[in-house]
Every structure is written in structure tokens, then in C-alpha cells.
Design a protein around this ligand. Structure first.
Ligand code: BJ8
Length: 425
């Protein structure tokens, strides 16, 4: 494993944390979570990327900065990565999924804040995540109250740009989001000194659509009776897609899919026959949050789909590539980044429930687990409709609330185990 201590020092970070991660990550991550038998060989790349998450990709970002390039950190899938890419910057997802950063966040935020927000602030203020040190600017959005206020605190320590996402999806809301995307283009041009031309924006749209298409291809394998890859592996790949180089990642996913094609021809499944198929819906599962997939699949179930931002919402819809002018392209981005994402921050949000029902059919799910991160009020409240509508449609559903600690692992095992048993696992 490469030594990234020098880079950590240069970034003003705690080298002891670096050593701790070096020791803990490969052991804890690969051996505990990803040591299933019969894993596709194509997962080796993703293992390496996650095992060296504290250095491998950050070193590439540092290199880009040395050459005068900029790095843009984002927290939400409503924010179009095409814009910084078209301006010559690197866009990287920053949502944090580990308890490791939460106590740092609690120094600044009320304890009754969702762990995703606390971990994000903790990672920045405690100087324990290189991505949070390498970003030249953070792009926040006004999706939920916790985030809105957290951005004000983060702005005391780092340059922030805030995008105002509407709460409804009326014509004037689309117009507003389009204006916001134009504002984002101007801010990125100012940051990088490069103009976002129609040619560059088109290139960025195609680049990211290719990533989406590769992820869509991967998801198709989960619809099969014999599923050649675990849900945990697909989740890991999706999480890595938020920060890895998009062109390289696309080729690695496609290479893995070629291997999965061959497995499919041979009828290989990583699950035992009759494993109950579970769809997860709810709040995002940011890296390295694999808790629920690990529990479901260790108990003999198969996670076949995530109706989440770290799942189908991230890649199911492509951006229309037919636009010729900047205005047409920004309209296409508006449609994709507002119209096609059914986050609980919108009211009403019945499209999300329609999506879940459709995905249950497409992925032949036997049951749904509605996951809520503790203190996320909007998803928790929307759970009322989600669970009622699924029950009315005859779809078994289990609602759970969790955080990043392992304190509830035993309780979750019992509840999820009982749910799988009820489904006939
Ligand atoms: S589009 S889900 S990535 S906002 S879990 S921070 S909502 S209190 S993450 Fe999200 Fe964009 Fe929506 Fe997706 Fe707030 Fe809830 Fe925490 Fe959340």
C-alpha cells in the first residue's frame, strides 16, 4: 500500500489518523464486509480504491491542484457535476457515512442532527478526511433544515456556494432551478477561470451519462433469478462512483459487467436458491455505511435494489444529450436534476412511492425495508405514506431507524431476521 503520510502532512492533517486508517481499513473493510465467497474478480479494483480511500484518489486530486486545477466538493445528487467538470474542475461527492466523524460534528451541531450532516462537518473540522481538505469550494443545497444551517457553520471555515432547491415541482420551480444552475456555471467559471462552452458542457454530459449507463447495466444483473453479484458489492461501487474518476470508473464497471455476463451464461448466483429479495428505500447510505446490506445478506437475504440517492436515483435517468445551445443543455440538466429525483424534500412527493412500487415489480422484490437515518425528519415523516401505500399494494414493508453506530446491530438483526422469516426465507 502506498504511503500518503506526506500528503496528509501537507494538507495539515493528523498523521496518526492516517496510520490508524491504514491499519483498520483493509482489515475491517475487505475482510469483515467483503470477504464473501465467489466474488467477481472485477471487484478487485473497487477493493483497492476503498482500501486506500484515504490516499489513492486524494493523491490524484492533489496532483490536479498542483497543476492549477480546482476541486469542488458536493453533498447532494441535485447538484449537477457536469458544471464543474465543464469548467475544468474535478467534482467529488463528500457525504460521510462513518461514525468516526460524528463526535467532531457534535462539537458544532446539536446531537439531534442526522449523522450524515454531523459526519460531514466532523470530517472537515477535525481534519481527518483528505477530500474535505482538498476541496477548494463546497457546494451546499437547501434540501433540509439540518443541511441549510450546517452550511452556515461550514462557511466559517471554508468557501461555500449554496444552491437553492425548490420545495415543489411547479413550472416556476423549474425556472428557478434553471436560474440556480446558471448561477452555478458563473461561480464555477469564476473559480477556474475557464468558460463553460456548449462543447465542454456537452462533453461533460456525455461523460457522466456513460457512467450512468454503466451503473444501469450493472443494475440489470440484479433483476435476474440467479444474481451474479451481491447487493453489498453494488452498493460499494455506487458509493465509489461519487468520488472516483468518471471515465476510469465507467471502464471498470463495464469490465466487471463483461465478467457478470459470463457468470450469467453459466447460471452463477452469489445467493442461495430462494433467498428473499429485498428493496431498500430511504435516506442515503454514504461510504462506508454497509451496515444494512451486511445484515440482510448475512441473514441469507439478497438486496436487489436501493431506491436511494446511493442507488437508483443516482443513475437511473440520463441527461438529454440533444441540446445544442447552453440554454437547451441547462434545461436538460434542470429536468434531470430536479424533475427526475424524488427526494423527500419535495412536497408532494408521490412519484417516489410510484417509483418504489415499479422497482419492486422490476426487481421482483419480496419485501421493502424503509430506512431512516436518525433525526432525518423529512424521510421519517414521508415514511407514513411510503409504508401505508406499500401495505395497501400488498407489498410487505419493514420501517427501521438507524445511525452509524453498531449499537443497534443486534436489534436490527432480530427485526430484519424476523422480516425475512415472515417472507419465507
Ligand atoms: S436528494 S436524500 S442527497 S437531500 S438524511 S442530510 S435529508 S436530515 S441526504 Fe439527501 Fe440530496 Fe435528498 Fe438525496 Fe437532511 Fe435527511 Fe440528513 Fe439527508
Amino acid at each position: 500500500m502506498a504511503d500518503y503520510r506526506k500528503m496528509w502532512e501537507d494538507l495539515g492533517m493528523d498523521v496518526k489518523t492516517h496510520d490508524l486508517l491504514c491499519e483498520a481499513l483493509p482489515g475491517a473493510v475487505i475482510e469483515v464486509y467483503f470477504s464473501q465467497e465467489n466474488r467477481p474478480v472485477g471487484m478487485d479494483y473497487f477493493n483497492a480504491v476503498v482500501a486506500e480511500i484515504h490516499g489513492l484518489r486524494p493523491a490524484e486530486l492533489a496532483e490536479h491542484k498542483k497543476k492549477g486545477g480546482k476541486v469542488v466538493g458536493t453533498f447532494c445528487i441535485h447538484v449537477p457535476d457536469e458544471v464543474p467538470i465543464a469548467a475544468g474542475a474535478i467534482a467529488t461527492g463528500l457525504c460521510s457515512g462513518s461514525q468516526f466523524w460524528v463526535p467532531g460534528g457534535e462539537k458544532k451541531l446539536p446531537a439531534a442532527t442526522c449523522p450524515l450532516i454531523k459526519a460531514s462537518l466532523g470530517a472537515r473540522f477535525d481534519r481527518t478526511c483528505p477530500f474535505f481538505r482538498l476541496a477548494d469550494i463546497f457546494v451546499g443545497e437547501t434540501t433540509c433544515d439540518g443541511k441549510k444551517k450546517a452550511w452556515e457553520i461550514l462557511a466559517e471555515d471554508a468557501p461555500m456556494y449554496i444552491m437553492d432547491i425548490p420545495q415543489m415541482k411547479r413550472k416556476k420551480d423549474y425556472d428557478h432551478w434553471k436560474d440556480e444552475i446558471f448561477g452555478y456555471i458563473r461561480r464555477m467559471e469564476e473559480l477556474t477561470g475557464s468558460t463553460v462552452t456548449p462543447e465542454k458542457l456537452h462533453e461533460a454530459i456525455v461523460l457522466l451519462n456513460n457512467k450512468r449507463k454503466a451503473l444501469q447495466r450493472l443494475a440489470e444483473f440484479r433483476k435476474l433469478e440467479n444474481i451474479p453479484i451481491s447487493g453489498k458489492d453494488v452498493l460499494l461501487i455506487t458509493q465509489i462512483a461519487f468520488y472516483d474518476d468518471p471515465a476510469r470508473l465507467t471502464s471498470k464497471i463495464n469490465a466487471l459487467c463483461d465478467e457478470l455476463d459470463e457468470r450469467t451464461r453459466q447460471g452463477v448466483s452469489v445467493f442461495r436458491k430462494g433467498a428473499k429479495r429485498i428493496l431498500l428505500t430511504g435516506t442515503p447510505l454514504s461510504i462506508p455505511n454497509w451496515k444494512l446490506h451486511h445484515i440482510v445478506e448475512s441473514l441469507g437475504g439478497a438486496v436487489v435494489c436501493e431506491e436511494m440517492c446511493t442507488g437508483i436515483r443516482y443513475y437511473e435517468e440520463c441527461v438529454d444529450e440533444s441540446g445544442k445551445t447552453l440554454d437547451e443543455m441547462v434545461t436538460a440538466l434542470t429536468e434531470r436534476y430536479m424533475g427526475a429525483i424524488h427526494c423527500a424534500c419535495f412536497t408532494p412527493n408521490h412519484e417516489r412511492i410510484d417509483d418504489i412500487k415499479r422497482l419492486v415489480r422490476e426487481y421482483k422484490a419480496d419485501g421493502v425495508i424503509d430506512v431512516n437515518l436518525k433525526f432525518c425528519g423529512i424521510y421519517d415523516t414521508e415514511g407514513y405514506f411510503v409504508e401505508r401505500e406499500l401495505k395497501n399494494a400488498g407489498i410487505p414493508v419493514l420501517g427501521i431507524e438507524t445511525d452509524y453506530t453498531d449499537q443497534d446491530a443486534e436489534q436490527l438483526k432480530t427485526r430484519i431476521g424476523a422480516f425475512l422469516e415472515m417472507l419465507g426465507n
